[in-house]
Design a protein around this ligand. Structure first.
Ligand code: GMT
Length: 379
């Protein structure tokens, strides 16, 4: 029974964020395992890559009727989900992010009444920690969660927070995020390193969407402190609303010559492999996918102990975690690690081992598969 290949519709935010990356990578891995995957999104997922015979893409188009002041994307998505489910005879819809995707899946299931279509919702963090704080959305999110045939969340901390904030008692499966170990391993960076740093300098890196929650000013402060003891360079990867303020802060501190802005980058594994340390001092992080991407490449994380980060980064083994905002402690830990070669080597090996054993693609894909078979009664 377990080997029946499934037809799965996947909806995610295709153009940004860790949730889109995880959803797309999961779809690709499920397709490799013989399942038929139908992405139902407004644009083609940015990490989809090469053609694969088991992967299909269905574009959600929003009609601009003159009566609409706000064209209803959510309703178009729900209709498209139902249409694809009927046309392709889907077994289930797996939606990433509660708003609006889980709500749309609920509507699609109602439209497909009696067809046996199941829905699985994966919560990624901000859908609960930010959006569910809005009382006007809370009941809708609660409905979508309660009506899903299975709900998963990417950390224990997110499960706890969902229960507390949403007053939800139903089962929520823990499915950690993962990295594909065929992609995330310590890459040979050749001469690339010398483009950014001198041989005696260390490279610190921060990758994010530069939103306030990432506390990028803390990144700069940690770097300033580290640089007083260990000659180093800071590589900033990504773009977002805080970027211009950060540029100003760097100028004010006179650090321009020591910081490189790399903008948005596609080949994250190659870039992270340049780093000696990843900095992730976030205010809140349900998981912190970038710390896992770094871990896969053998790069320890110095960061905060917010949200789900401690479930991923093993404190004193694959990195060091401090209280949010304690940049002095974060800098002390960074210096400790960068100036002790034996300790650094130990951390590096622990990173590679932990990412392969605890967060590897094979393991997490099987966990999702098991959930699909369970909701379909095919266990
Ligand atoms: O806030 C972000 O960085 C984007 C957001 C998203 O929707 O992709 O990230 C959330 O989901 C990621 C994938 O599961 C997690 O790794 C991030 O920790 C989480 N962000 C927050 O909780 C702030």
């Amino acid at each position: 029974m377990m080997s029946r290949k499934l037809k799965i519709g996947i909806t995610c935010y295709p153009t940004l964020g860790g949730s889109g990356v995880v959803a797309t990578e999961l779809g690709k891995l499920l397709a490799e395992r013989g399942h038929e995957i139908h992405f139902i999104t407004h644009s083609i997922p940015f990490r989809l890559g090469q053609f694969h015979k088991n992967i299909f893409y269905h574009e959600v188009e929003v009609n601009q009727y003159y009566v609409f002041r706000y064209p209803p994307y959510d309703l178009s998505l729900a209709s498209k989900m139902a249409q694809v489910a009927a046309m392709q005879n889907l077994d289930l819809l797996h939606v990433h992010y509660a708003v609006p995707h889980a709500v749309c899946a609920f509507l699609a299931k109602q439209m497909m009444n009696g067809s046996g279509l199941k829905t699985v919702t994966t919560l990624h963090g901000t859908d609960i920690t930010v959006l569910a704080q809005d009382e006007s959305l809370k009941s809708l999110i609660r409905l979508a969660i309660n009506e899903s045939d299975a709900v998963t969340a990417v950390s224990k901390d997110l499960i706890r927070e969902t229960r507390e904030l949403m007053d939800i008692t139903r089962d929520i499966d823990l499915t950690y995020n993962f990295v594909d170990k065929r992609v995330y391993y310590p890459r040979n960076t050749g001469t690339m390193r010398s483009d950014y740093a001198l041989p005696q300098e260390k490279i610190l890196m921060h990758i994010s969407n530069f939103r306030p929650v990432k506390r990028v000013s803390d990144v700069i402060d940690i770097f300033r402190r580290v640089n007083e003891h260990v000659p180093s360079k800071l590589l900033l990867v990504g773009e977002g609303p805080e970027l211009s303020r950060i540029q100003f802060q760097i100028q004010e501190m006179g650090l321009e010559s020591r910081v490189h802005f790399l903008g948005k980058q596609e080949d994250v594994a190659q870039i992270i492999s340049l780093a000696d340390l990843l900095l992730l001092p976030s205010e809140k992080e349900s998981f912190g996918l970038v710390a896992l991407e770094a871990m896969g490449c053998g790069v320890p994380t110095i960061g905060s102990n917010a949200g789900g980060i401690p479930e991923l980064v093993a404190h004193e083994q694959t990195g060091f975690l401090s209280a949010v905002g304690d940049t002095a402690d974060m800098a002390r830990n960074a210096v400790r690690l960068l100036t002790n070669e034996a300790m650094y080597e130990q951390f590096r090996e622990a990173c590679i081992k932990r990412s392969c054993e605890e967060f590897c693609n094979d393991r997490i894909t099987l966990e999702y598969e098991k959930i699909y078979y369970r909701v379909l009664g095919l266990e």
